[in-house]
Design a binder for this molecule. Sequence first.
Ligand code: PLP
Length: 407
Amino acid sequence: MKFDPANNLQDLNYSDNHKGVNPAITDSSTFTFDKAQDMLDTFEGKSDGLFLYSRHTSPSGQFLSDALAAMEGSESAHVTASGMGAITPTILQLCNSGDEIIASRTIYGGTHAFLQNYLPKFNIHTKFVSPTDVKEIENAINNNTKLIYIESISNPLLEVADIPTISAIAKKHNIKLVIDNTFSPMVLSPIRLGADIVVYSLTKYINGASDTLGGAICGSTEFINSLKSLNDGSSMLLGSVLDPIRASSITKNLRTLHLRMKQHSNNAMYLSRKFEEIGIKVSYPGLASHPQNHLITKLKNEGFGYSGMFTIDVGSLEKANLLMETMQKVNIGLLAVSLGFYKTLFSAPGTSTSSEISIKEQHKIGIGKGLIRFSIGLDHDIERTFQNIKSCMVSTGILNNYSANKN
Ligand code: PLP
């Protein structure tokens, strides 16, 4: 049967002693045992369904973890206090001193900074490669390589990784493939495409309310248990745990993710097509002009579009800043980092989410100074939004009147 992440969530049942339609929120950091032996067994990981201490797992966290595992088609999942709280223990769990990582050079700035600036003090080094050049990825592998780290749709350049091919390379060399799928939940299901581990910033589309941070790691039960090991688990020992109240609110928001992704995607497709028509330089994986449009069309699940992120390049940082300020003034959206909100968010990656990457490197990988990243909102009347943005482009001199009048 066809894999459908939305069906998997729809079919979940939450059993609750009080017959509430939502699972009760557990408000405890610690849990009691009827028998002392049960406590010992739980410490040793030998008991099922018992809880010990909420830094390990809380019942509310477990509900959300189970839902995310169902959505991804992974054996297990573990939720964390932020996306970085998912990414960093995943990498630390897989790597030891002397190991090497191969990572995409276009990734979220915080992840880039962790790999480039932080891990070398543990003698773990990273080679940065193009996520679309599978030969470059394979050539970078050596005996010390432990993992390949890639974003399924990269931040901010929206390059799409060929996950099945990269997975085959990783398997051939016995190394792990970790995919950050933050930009494309439901659109892509990386575990189904061959990834070993999927990480998320739940802060973005999955929660969708810009009211909390959160993260998740999806993978095999063996790997998830290793992260939670009391003796040497990176999640357990570094302590980035999701609060049960937040876990519960994210679980509820997750139920509308399929509807939100459809609307974000439809709106992004509409606007990016219109921008292309009026001569704006736009990059969106759903457009035929996008270099990996064929690839993502082949890889994606049906019914959720191509996600809600696109970029335009208006030539200079001054113009980008002026356009963003003007759009915010007339209430088209908000000049803010992050993504997946009901309102459109825009920022210039070079001076925000990718500012951890040096200017020289930004230039090399194609993050232009005039690049604006849009996370398109859930706007009901997207033609109205297009007309409003177009007016801003005219009033800021980015679009001349002639081409503006034509459409
Ligand atoms: N991964 C991606 C693709 C991101 O865009 C971000 C944050 O912007 C993160 C991970 C980090 O997530 P968080 O801010 O929840 O720690």
